[in-house]
Write a protein that binds this ligand. Sequence first.
Ligand code: ATP
Ligand code: MG
Length: 183
Amino acid sequence: MKFKKLIIQGFKSFVDKTVIDFPDGITCIVGPNGSGKSNILDAIRWILGEQNPKELRGSDMDDIIFAGSEKRSQSNVASVTLVISDISEELAGKWGSFSEIEISRKYYRDGEREYFINNKRCKLKDIREIFFDTGLGARSISIIEQGKVEKIISASPEEIRVFFDEAAGITRFKEKKKDAEKR
Ligand code: ATP
Ligand code: MG
């Protein structure tokens, strides 16, 4: 599984459609303070399924929508699309694609939410399921932000367990068990 492209529009400081390509090798994002580097990571965590606005450095979900500036009026919808290549056969079969999958998430100012996989409407759960046990979840340790190292060091045993479950590949089964218990 490889990130190929991220498309952001109306998300935080990215008012206009912005396409970020991830070619083979290492991609570095550089820029002055406040230019939006962390906002790109927030967009990635959001499309991977993050639901808590505080984890996205806001106080409520509206904070992810472009809030307007002197020259531009505010946006009414935040939209993030992630294109992933080198996907498993199982995933390709499930979502009717060959080697790529395109995931989109939209959040409207009136509170409406939309989720798509390969342009088909889906639930957030379907998106999150794609990343179970891949090490790529919204809260996985594949994303280490400022302050995260300290957080890991001072995490409770229960919180540490979540990292181990993910690394050991059992998150998927735990989620299925939780689902079954709800029924
Ligand atoms: P640093 O190098 O200091 O870490 P950075 O490049 O990571 O900076 P970000 O934190 O990504 O910068 O971007 C912060 C900028 O994004 C601020 O100028 C802030 O006003 C802007 N911003 C955040 N949310 C919104 C929003 N909803 N609408 C418009 N602008 C926003
Ligand atoms: Mg930053």
